[in-house]
Ligand binder design. Structure first.
Ligand code: GAR
Length: 208
């Protein structure tokens, strides 16, 4: 199994999906790191017997200093892959370059639509009839790295932010383990700015 480190800031439901599928995807979660203390995701790690570490970003003088500490902590676990699972901090280019091709993020929109925050609200306000979620390799551009896999979620006329978010989250829990499993199996790579699955470049929208 390949060692991975998961970064979180909150509930950790995606972390839970990765914990629950570790055997199938052939990964071993070596550590979970949160920038927030007291969050549910830390409990989930502890319940699974995984080291749960807090690095509080407010205790550092700058984004650079925080990211340096984060890099040291992550690398002490020697992961082959670093997973952002609801990690709500913007990363410095030093950090994204350091993990080029070995860091993934999940973002609750059909990228390149709705980078940033409040994606469900923005999709509803735009009157979209389809919304969704993207797993992508991390680059220095916020939510801008090469997509790996996307799930589309139909928007219902009766949807509000909460109901839509719930249905998107169910898809997140399916596609994140898929992407991580591909990587662990050696099927997925990043070549420059192109994600490659089974020796074929993925389209800019990722595998759907
Ligand atoms: C997920 O919906 C994830 O896609 C989103 O935060 C949530 C975390 O939930 N990530 C972002 O918005 C990143 N910009 P979780 O803690 O239950 O996995």
């Amino acid at each position: 199994a390949i060692p991975i480190v998961v970064l979180i800031s909150g509930s950790g439901s995606n972390l839970q999906a990765l914990i629950d599928t570790q055997d199938d995807t052939n990964i071993r979660i070596a550590a979970v790191i949160s920038n927030q203390q007291g969050v549910r995701g830390l409990e989930r790690a502890q319940e699974a017997g995984i080291p749960a570490i807090v690095l509080n970003h407010t205790e550092y003088d700058s984004r650079e200093a925080f990211d340096q500490a984060l890099i040291s902590e992550i690398d002490s676990h020697q992961p082959e892959l670093v997973i952002l699972a609801g990690f709500m901090r913007i990363l410095t280019p030093e950090m994204t370059n350091h993990y080029h091709g070995r860091m993934m993020n999940i973002h609750p929109s059909l990228l390149p639509k709705y980078k940033g925050l409040h994606t469900h609200k923005r999709a509803l306000e735009a009157g979209d009839n389809v919304h969704g979620v993207t797993v992508h390799f991390v680059s220095s551009e916020l939510d801008g790295g090469p997509p790996i896999i996307q799930a589309r979620v139909p928007v219902k006329a009766t949807d509000n932010q909460e109901s839509l978010q719930k249905r998107v989250l169910l898809q997140e829990h399916i596609i994140y383990p898929v992407a991580v499993g591909w990587f662990a199996a050696g099927r997925l790579k990043l070549d420059g700015d192109t994600a490659i699955l089974d020796d074929r470049p993925l389209p800019p929208s990722g595998f759907q």
